[in-house]
Design a protein around this ligand. Structure first.
Ligand code: GUN
Length: 299
C-alpha cells in the first residue's frame, strides 16, 4: 500500500486505507487462532444513551464481526449504579472467553471514571487507559497501548517507510496533553527515538514550536488551530481532531487545504486517525488474547 499525493502536493497519510490493511492482517491472524479453536472476544460496555457513543459502539461491534472477533455489547441504562457496573466488570474480568473489555467514555456523571477504568483487569484493558498500562508504556515494557496514539504510530511508520526515512532523530511536536492521546503519543514518539515537545493550552507560542517540527501530531481539540504557515516545509502532519462546522462539514485541528501545500505528508479528516482507532482496538484485542491464552499463541 502506498500513500497518494493530495492536490496540494503533500502525500495523503490515508487512515482509511491503512486501517483496511491492518484489519486484513488481523483477520488473517484471527483465522489462525480460530483454526486452533480460539476466538478472541471483546466486551463493549455502554452506559446511557449518548448518541455519539452509541455510534462508536456500533462501529466497534461491526468491526469485530468483520475481523472474526466475537463481540458482546452490554448496553446499560443511564441510571445504572456503580455497584451494578462494577459487578458486570467483575464477571467480564473473570470470563475466560473475554480477552478485551472496553467501557465507552464518557460515563454518566454519577459514575467515577477513574474507579471504573481501575476495575478492568490490566491484561484485558484494550483501551490502554489503566495505570498499569500507562506505566508499562512509560517504562518501555510490554502492555496495551491506547488505540488512538497506537494508530498514529502505525500511520507515521508507513509514511516514513514510503519516503525512505527513519523517525529516529526527528523533532516531533505533540499538541495536547490528554491521558488518552497526548501523553501516550509523546511516549511512543520518544520510544521511536524522536526528540519530543509537548505543547498545550498554556504554551505561550505553540506556532514557534511547530515551525521546528519534522512531525506534528495535532490533538488539541480546537478546530483548524494549526495553520499552514506554522508548518516546516516537508513536515509530517497527523490530525487527531474532529469537529463539525456550522455548515455540517467536518474538519480537524489543522487547516487542511493550505497545509497540503507545505507539509510532506498529512492525514485528512475524516479518513485519517478515526478509522485507525478501531483497527488498533481489534489489534489490542488480538494481542490480549494471545498473551492471556499463551499456551496456544501464534507469536
Ligand atoms: N470515547 C471516545 N473515545 C474513546 C475511546 O477511545 N475509548 C473509550 N473507552 N471511550 C471513548
Amino acid at each position: 500500500m502506498q500513500f497518494e499525493p493530495t492536490a496540494g502536493g503533500a502525500l495523503k497519510i490515508d487512515g482509511r486505507r491503512t486501517a483496511k490493511d491492518v484489519r486484513a492482517r488481523i483477520k488473517t491472524d484471527v483465522s489462525a487462532l480460530l483454526a486452533d479453536g480460539i476466538q478472541p472476544g471483546l466486551a463493549v460496555v455502554l452506559v446511557g444513551e449518548d448518541p455519539a457513543s452509541a455510534i462508536y459502539v456500533r462501529n466497534k461491534i461491526r468491526a469485530c464481526e468483520r475481523a472474526g472477533i466475537r463481540s458482546v455489547a452490554h448496553r446499560l441504562s443511564a441510571d445504572t449504579s456503580a455497584d451494578a457496573l462494577m459487578s458486570l466488570l467483575d464477571d467480564l474480568n473473570a470470563d475466560p472467553t473475554i480477552d478485551g473489555i472496553l467501557v465507552q467514555l464518557p460515563l454518566p456523571d454519577h459514575l467515577d471514571t477513574d474507579a471504573v477504568i481501575a476495575k478492568v483487569r490490566q491484561d484485558k484493558d484494550v483501551d490502554g487507559f489503566a495505570l498499569g498500562n500507562l506505566g508499562a508504556l512509560t517504562a518501555g515494557q510490554p502492555g496495551l497501548v491506547a488505540c488512538t496514539p497506537a494508530g498514529v504510530m502505525e500511520m507515521l511508520g508507513r509514511y516514513f517507510a514510503q519516503i525512505g526515512e527513519s523517525m529516529s532523530g526527528k523533532h516531533a511536536v505533540v499538541i495536547g496533553r490528554s491521558v488518552t492521546v497526548g501523553k501516550p503519543m509523546a511516549l511512543l514518539l520518544l520510544q521511536a527515538n524522536c526528540t519530543v515537545t509537548v505543547c498545550h493550552s498554556r504554551t505561550p507560542d505553540t506556532a514557534a514550536h511547530v515551525r521546528r517540527a519534522d512531525i506534528v501530531v495535532a490533538a488539541a481539540g480546537r478546530p483548524e488551530l494549526v495553520k499552514a504557515d506554522w508548518l516546516k516545509p516537508g513536515a509530517a502532519v497527523i490530525d487527531v481532531g474532529i469537529h463539525r462546522r456550522e455548515d455540517g462539514s467536518l474538519c480537524g485541528d489543522v487547516e487542511f487545504e493550505p497545509a497540503t501545500q507545505v507539509a510532506g505528508g498529512i492525514s485528512p479528516v475524516p479518513g485519517g486517525v478515526g478509522p485507525m482507532t478501531i483497527a488498533m482496538l481489534l489489534d489490542n484485542t488480538l494481542v490480549a488474547c494471545r498473551r492471556r491464552r499463551r499456551d496456544v499463541a501464534h507469536p
